[in-house]
Write a protein that binds this ligand. Structure first.
Ligand SMILES: O=C[C@H](O)[C@H](O)COP(=O)(O)O
Ligand SMILES: C=C(OP(=O)(O)O)C(=O)O
Length: 464
């Protein structure tokens, strides 16, 4: 790949760019950006193409997407154990979903680049003091002091190195034997045995067990048992960073943002005439856009015109985050109009961002039941319209944190302070994530039955 300086993708500059940090020292920023422009790519164009083709299957209804990870990654959490636990949780969820959906599950982490956050307010007040709000480790520190909250461009370099280290660990875990499907299934069985609501999931776990035993008895040792494809993604928020990591692909001459396989544009930065959409329109990565409850179908169609004018399946995904109370009202009109336009979009449900509230203790939190209800609404709408519920996008961690309430272990509002570690929004913990995967699996199986599609052959073997 050629370095970005050869012919920068520059058309976004000069357009209104929401949510950008105010760097105190432009010269220092310039130095950092030229170092980043000369740095090796974090991902390769061919890998982004591979993901685009996997997402094309999602858009066509032949695959399901599981995208998940931290709300905000932090530099301190770049450790083998923490990255492993996140990947492990996603692999466990994916195993259940693969069985239930009988289609490939495309796995994408909110990982190795999710270091910047759009915020509702520019400043935060505590005990009479007002300071700039925390915008993610790529920009400033979480600690409430003037020094820590001052944006520091050197952090962009730390983001690059943290992403590289994380990707290295992810690649090792997903291809080095750790992801072996039989081992992942053993972990799931442990979860079913130890979860207070595990009984509910026993049937599914037993069916998977039998399917694996059957394949083993047949002598099947597919490579896919031992390693798995796993892609990275993050919100493309700080455009100076993303542009510095944009390279021309020597094979095709096209531009790729090599900071991650998929990038998404958030609900707060998706203005049609804004810099983020312009930047995303110029790179060949698969792109996702978050759509909140106030989006109009015309806006969605205009986004397709800007980002996917050739209507290429896999190029564009819409991640809807309507809230449990709105999804059934807002989503149908949107899906109907987009489908009528002929565009093949992958529809993904983010059941987190429309369901946040502040607990009496002051913690931002989400109810597991609301999360599940939004996913249920998403499935209902797609079932009604005969369209494909393409996947879920979730904020989660592999740790036993107490940030969201409810789920099998029934975390209560009073428990939130016990282990609340998110640097920004609340994540499902490991148990809540697996609960969600089992429940989504059930929803998907209901859909298979409803649409009268063939049941998974392995399921027919499991005569309950
Ligand atoms: O993750 C999403 C946003 O960055 C986050 O919800 C914004 O939070 P705020 O409303 O506390 O700024
Ligand atoms: C900020 C985020 O979401 P949204 O843009 O949907 O608010 C996010 O997913 O981190």
């Amino acid at each position: 790949m050629n370095a970005q300086q050869d012919a920068p993708v520059d058309s976004w500059r000069g357009l209104p760019a929401a949510q950008q940090p105010t760097w105190p020292d432009e010269q220092a920023l310039g130095g950092v950006l030229s170092d980043l422009a000369a740095a090796p790519p974090l991902v390769f164009a061919g890998e982004c193409d591979q993901l685009r083709s996997r997402l094309a299957s999602v858009a066509r209804g032949d695959a399901f997407l599981l995208q998940g990870g931290d709300c905000a990654e932090t530099f301190d959490a770049v450790s083998a154990d923490q990255v492993r636990d996140k990947v492990k949780t996603l692999l466990q969820m994916a195993a259940v979903l693969t069985y239930a959906t009988s289609v490939p599950v495309v796995k994408i982490g909110r990982i190795a680049g999710q270091y910047s956050k759009p915020r509702s307010q520019p400043t935060e007040r505590r005990d009479g003091a007002e300071l700039p709000v925390y915008r993610g480790d790529a920009v400033n520190g979480l600690e409430f002091t003037a020094k820590s909250r001052t944006p520091d461009p050197e952090r962009l370099k730390r983001m690059y190195h943290a992403s590289a280290a994380t990707l290295n660990i992810v690649r090792a875990f997903t291809t080095g034997g750790y992801a072996d499907l039989r081992q992942v299934h053993d972990w799931n069985q442990d979860f079913v045995a130890s979860s207070p609501v595990g009984e509910r999931y026993e049937r599914l776990a037993r069916e998977i067990d039998r399917a694996l035993a059957f394949l083993q008895a047949c002598g099947a040792q597919p490579r896919e048992f031992r390693s798995t494809e796993f892609f990275s993604s993050h919100e493309a928020l700080i455009l100076d960073y993303e542009a510095a990591l944009t390279r021309r692909d020597s094979r095709t001459g096209q531009w790729y943002d090599v900071s991650g396989h998929m990038i998404w544009i958030g609900e707060r930065t998706r203005q049609l005439d804004g810099a983020h959409i312009e930047f995303a329109s110029k790179v060949r990565n698969p792109i996702a856009v978050k759509l909140g409850p106030n989006v109009t179908a015309d806006e969605a169609l205009a986004l397709i015109d800007r980002l996917d004018p050739d209507q290429e399946p896999g190029r564009l995904s819409f991640i809807t985050r309507m809230g449990a109370g709105r999804v059934r009202d807002v989503l149908p009109g949107l899906v109907e109009k987009v489908t009528a336009s002929g565009a093949q979009i992958a529809w993904i449900c983010d059941p987190m961002h429309g369901n946040t509230f502040t607990a009496p203790s002051g913690h931002k939190t989400r109810r597991f039941d609301d999360v599940l209800d939004e996913v249920r609404g998403f499935f209902e709408v797609h079932r009604e319209l005969g369209t494909h519920p393409g996947g879920i996008h979730v904020e989660l961690t592999g740790e036993d944190v107490t940030e969201c309430v409810g789920g099998g272990a029934d975390i209560r509002l009073d428990d939130l302070a016990h282990r609340y570690e998110s640097a920004c929004d609340p994540r499902l913990n490991r148990y809540q994530s697996l609960d969600l995967a089992f429940q989504v699996a059930e929803l998907y199986q209901d859909r298979i039955v409803t649409r009268d599609l063939p049941r998974p052959a392995t399921e027919l073997l499991a005569a309950d």
